[in-house]
Design a protein around this ligand. Structure first.
Ligand SMILES: [Zn+2]
Length: 327
């Protein structure tokens, strides 16, 4: 049995990040929204026929080919398939935190990959743990390890299958102002610990060709971890899980209100803000949320829907997943 590789805090740097102006020149980078919902069973009726939202997940593509996944919540696998993405093309998976609505389709993706021709290893980056939740390596071992719930898939962790999964735990303690940085096949990837109640959580940033995409994950941003992290993002995907007027004190500790998202986006000179992780409580107050955000933020904003495809360079919606599939 090969040993799983654990890299804790690889390439950590202090917060003195360069904010040199950049120009996004890479026209062929886009993001597919694989899941725009949260953990609820929720039907929304703004479409011609009622549809449900898959839980949080995003696919970063280059030249139409899958490059990275950020989160993989319930329902994401179906939209991954609809988008025409191939697991063979993935260069890495980044998890913001280990709540069900951000991770639940991962075992299904691993099983589905058995029927693919993927032969190169796959790194899955996610947060370190704490007394309330395992770290990413423990989580994957408890699922896919030889003693795990899906031990029949353990070959993907041991290297006895056609490729090997490498879990990589990234320091996710928001009291530690360090940033994780790594380079993956020409992409700069960064993470920073964010505050999400009791759970260790990360925000992720992916950059190439002067283009910058930031994923907030679920966070209240009470520790202001995101304040510099979102700077000059061409596309900032922020989770809109509580309304401005929420009286739910627990929810407000876990998520940013629209005014906080707007403050961040404006201060960081974000070009396009995409609101995702919609829940019943935010789905029905979109007009109010839009007013609050536009009062503070000069850039473009939109609400995400499953299968939307956003250009990073222009910040605009360019289509739906599967548009390019010719069959
Ligand atoms: Zn969530």
């Amino acid at each position: 049995m090969k040993t799983s590789k654990i890299i804790l805090s690889l390439g950590l740097s202090l917060l003195s990040f360069s904010t040199v102006a950049h120009q996004c020149t890479q026209q062929d980078l886009d993001v597919v929204v694989l899941g725009s919902g949260g953990p609820e069973m929720q039907l929304f009726r703004s479409a011609p026929t009622p549809v449900s939202r898959a839980s949080a997940s995003y696919l970063v593509r280059e030249k139409g080919k899958a490059v990275f996944l950020v989160d993989f919540g319930t329902g994401a696998l179906q939209n991954f398939v609809r988008s025409g993405a191939k697991i063979e093309d993935l260069k890495g998976i980044f998890i913001t935190h280990l709540h069900v609505d951000h991770i639940n389709d991962l075992p299904a993706l691993v099983k589905a990959s058995f029927f693919s021709s993927r032969h190169h290893d796959l790194a899955i980056y996610g947060p370190t743990g704490n007394p309330f939740i395992p770290d990413t390596e423990q989580y994957l071992t408890r699922l896919l390890g030889e003693q795990g719930a899906y031990s029949y898939l353990s070959g993907f962790l041991t290297g006895d299958e056609q490729y090997q999964i490498y879990p990589i735990s990234v320091l996710a303690d928001h009291r530690t102002p360090m940033r994780f940085n790594t380079e993956i096949e020409g992409f700069q990837v960064s993470a920073i610990a964010t505050e999400h109640g009791l759970l260790p959580a990360l925000a992720w940033r992916i950059e190439k060709g002067g283009c910058r995409i930031v994923f907030s994950g679920d966070t209240s941003n009470r520790t202001h971890s995101l304040d510099h992290f979102v700077e000059a993002a061409d596309l900032f995907i922020a989770h809109n899980a509580v309304p401005e007027t929420s009286q739910d004190n627990v929810a407000k500790k876990l998520h940013m209100r629209p005014s906080e998202i707007a403050r961040l986006a404006q201060q960081g000179k974000v070009k396009q803000l995409l609101l995702s992780h919609l829940m019943r409580r935010t789905e029905h107050v979109k007009a109010q949320t839009e007013r609050i955000i536009k009062a503070q933020f000069d850039g473009k904003m939109a609400f995400a829907n499953d299968c939307d495809v956003y250009s990073v360079a222009t910040g605009g919606k360019k289509g739906q997943c599967g548009d390019e599939i010719s069959d």
